[in-house]
Design a protein. Sequence first.
Length: 317
Amino acid sequence: MGIKVIFDTDPGIDDAFALFYTLSHPEIEVIGITTVFGNVPIDISTENAYILKEKSESNTPVFKGASKPLLRPNGNFPYFIHGDDGLGNINHARPKNIKENIEASDFIIDSAYRYPGEINIIAIGPLTNIANVINKDPKIWKIIKSITIMGGSWFAGGNISPVAEANIYNDPEAADIVFKSKIPITMIGLDVTHKVFLTNSNIKSLASFKNNSGKFLKDISSFYVKFYKVTKNMNGCYFHDATAAIAFTNPEFFDFKKGKVFVSQDSLTRGQTVVFESKKFHETIIEDNRQNINIANKVQSKKVIKKFLEIAENYMK
Ligand code: RIB
Ligand code: CA
């Protein structure tokens, strides 16, 4: 019995690293994996969650969630980053034992009532499932312990538009509902995830560990790494989603500031996260009882990578 986590994801290659880390962490008990559209359509994202569950030898149940943003149609899927199948185009076998009985947001609500005050959510895709939870049960904030979000940007600009980070851009209305909720939130945005690189030599080390997971992660990451080489001349990749998972387990590797986060729903700045830092003078602020959240603004990136490799070497299957 460890710290209870629900892992909300749109796998996605960097999602796979984050999920393997969280599933194998000795102090964490992942009670469910909930899926959302994002890097790929929902059917592929859910199938990928099953593939990752099998490859990591986990028994954690998977629950299929939102297929589209709350109010908008789906946009383009970034097949050029994660591959047509979302997991690097390496001909994965179809997963066995696919069981879908409860919808993702219903699973989250049921779990919150089953374990009041104990559930932490790590959300590394668009925030549609979490917004559905809040819309269905507006008082649920009283019994959810925390949400750690990979998403948004304070001063780092965007990665899908000049101002927006992809997870928030993909469902800005949902993200704003979540940032407006009273659940304790930690935002791990591009200000820190653009400081954490998994290098090609880190990936080589992963593959040398005495387990199958490291080799699997290396295999799926070739496609992702190629994208970073071609588009940014990087020798490795950003480590977005795993950085959020590690911020949950090791907040001491990060500096945080407090602020209220609003999400732009305009067409020009869609998905921009506008931060009103706590205790700073602002000429204007929208007063809607929004809470301050924790926003990561600095990271000790070497410690993040070291922690990932340590968990991979010692605990992944
Ligand atoms: O902006 C990075 C995020 O978008 C990550 O969650 C990654 O998986 C991508 O979809
Ligand atoms: Ca993701």
